[in-house]
Design a protein around this ligand. Structure first.
Ligand SMILES: C[S@@+](CC[C@H](N)C(=O)[O-])C[C@H]1O[C@@H](n2cnc3c(N)ncnc32)[C@H](O)[C@@H]1O
Length: 437
């Protein structure tokens, strides 16, 4: 069979569902290898992301129609992606969705298999019956299916953020993610914007003036990217480093640095200063080195593979002027970029991660110089990993206090929580502490 948008989508979904590959990585690899036109690439992307985003909804639609065990691995992803097209892609005629599914079934099945008949029958029944949803009076179950999030997460949001905000957060997680870049060399902003506008529809982020949203991806092939004038970074993520007050000569510790987006941004603020980048995974430090080299900041970089909970042994007797803890977290603020995150995380993960986050903060705290600044950030929206960690840290470290800070277009405050529905960005949390002299 000829390779087309749907066959690339099906191969990618098989990798995501069967081999547990990350959707963004599996999709980028598949698109890079394929010879698809830009329009077909866009369709593949929409089908893959949409099918993963709406997996629970689509399973609910299909389950009662599948009355036999599906023998071949590709059948369930094929049914899911066909149902996705039927319910969400208005411009594709139903007949062509069913027809394309039949063709894929014929080409993916072993010779002589009748599976295409099964696919045909299930899809025709789905079209005849239409959408079904649980009763609205069970709000958690209803919203779990309608927006395709696990019940624990819907309940968590309802309990903590209320119904209106919950719906808005859940909907935001099902939107296409924004292609956001940060201008690394702001002295060339006008020239960079001009060049970007020749290839992209651009809009300045409503969070910060150093980020620009592009209407499509593949920016890594551009000369601006290769020359290190821009970098890929979400606008909420790019606020974290702005929370520090840099002079330029500081010794900075970036305790959880890979892949290095924020390390590079720290280095851009430094003149004679140095940034020490740690990560628990040696391999990931290669990415940090690559990022800083591309952005011409590698001379200010010192790297070490280290568990940030062991910094006191390694840096015994040393002090840092500034410390960033951009902690490992549940990633609930990144759901639109990594839609499968919602199915992988459990309530227990929030507690477990908050222990790690607190321990990292607790250990690096001893290395901060008097009057030094410590910034804590996560790309998640849970209370356990954010406000609770801050509270616990303050209780156990009376020499630290929260320091008000002002970043981007936001007003001054002591902690910032950006929900994914607030500014069309990733969800992020930022808190800044100072150590009293
Ligand atoms: C949220 S990411 C950091 C992103 C990075 N700051 C950036 O802007 O590109 C968290 C990183 O912490 C690392 N990590 C996890 N546990 C760690 C630990 N105990 N000590 C140091 N690094 C850790 C992970 O490998 C991951 O690369």
């Amino acid at each position: 069979m000829k390779i087309n948008a749907r066959s690339v989508a099906l191969d990618t979904l098989l990798k995501i569902f069967k081999q547990k590959s990350y959707s963004n990585i599996a999709l980028n690899n598949a698109l890079e290898k394929s010879q698809l036109s830009p329009i077909d690439k866009a369709l593949t992307t929409q089908i893959v992301y949409g099918t993963v985003q709406y997996k629970l909804y689509l399973e609910y639609q299909l389950k009662s129609l599948v009355q036999t065990k599906l023998k071949e691995d590709y059948l369930w992803p094929l049914l899911l992606m066909s149902a996705y097209q039927y319910f969400f892609l208005d411009k594709i005629p139903t007949a062509s969705i069913v027809d394309e599914a039949n063709k894929l079934a014929k080409s993916y099945s072993p010779k002589g298999s009748q599976s295409y008949r099964l696919v045909n029958g299930i899809l025709r029944s789905l079209v005849r019956r239409g959408e079904i949803l649980p009763e609205e009076k069970d709000a958690v179950k209803y919203m779990s299916i309608k927006y395709s999030y696990p019940q624990w997460l819907v309940k968590y949001c309802l309990d903590h953020f209320g119904k209106t905000k919950t719906i808005s957060i859940l909907q935001a997680g099902n939107m296409p993610s924004v292609n956001s870049i940060r201008i690394a060399d702001m002295s060339k902003k006008d020239e960079i914007l001009h060049k970007l506008a020749t290839e992209y529809k651009i809009s300045i982020s409503n969070l910060t003036n150093h980020n620009v949203n592009l209407d499509h991806g593949s920016i890594t092939n551009s000369q601006l990217f290769k020359d290190g004038l821009i970098t890929i970074q979400d606008s909420a993520a790019s606020l974290v480093v702005d929370a520090f007050n840099f002079k330029g000569d500081e010794k900075v510790l970036d305790a959880c640095s890979a892949p290095g987006g924020k390390t590079a941004q720290i280095a851009e603020y430094l003149t004679t200063g140095k940034v020490f980048a740690l990560d628990i995974h040696q391999k990931k430090l290669n990415l940090v080195k690559q990022t800083l080299t591309r952005l011409h900041q590698d001379q200010k970089l010192i790297m070490k593979a280290l568990d940030a909970r062991k910094v006191n042994e390694y840096f015994f007797g040393q002090q840092f002027d500034k410390i960033l803890v951009d902690a490992p977290c549940s990633g609930l603020g990144l759901i639109r970029r990594k839609p499968e995150v919602r199915y992988e995380k459990q309530m227990e993960d929030l507690k477990h991660l908050s222990e790690i986050q607190y321990n990292i903060l607790d250990h690096v705290a001893g290395l901060l110089a008097e009057n030094g600044e410590l910034v804590y950030s996560t790309c998640t929206i849970s209370i356990e990993e954010n406000e609770d960690v801050v509270k616990r840290f303050l209780t156990n470290h009376p020499d630290f206090s929260l320091a008000p800070f002002e970043v981007g277009n936001l007003s001054k405050c002591k902690m910032i929580k950006i929900f994914p529905d607030d500014y069309n960005s990733d969800g992020f949390f930022i808190a800044k502490f100072v150590k009293r002299g």
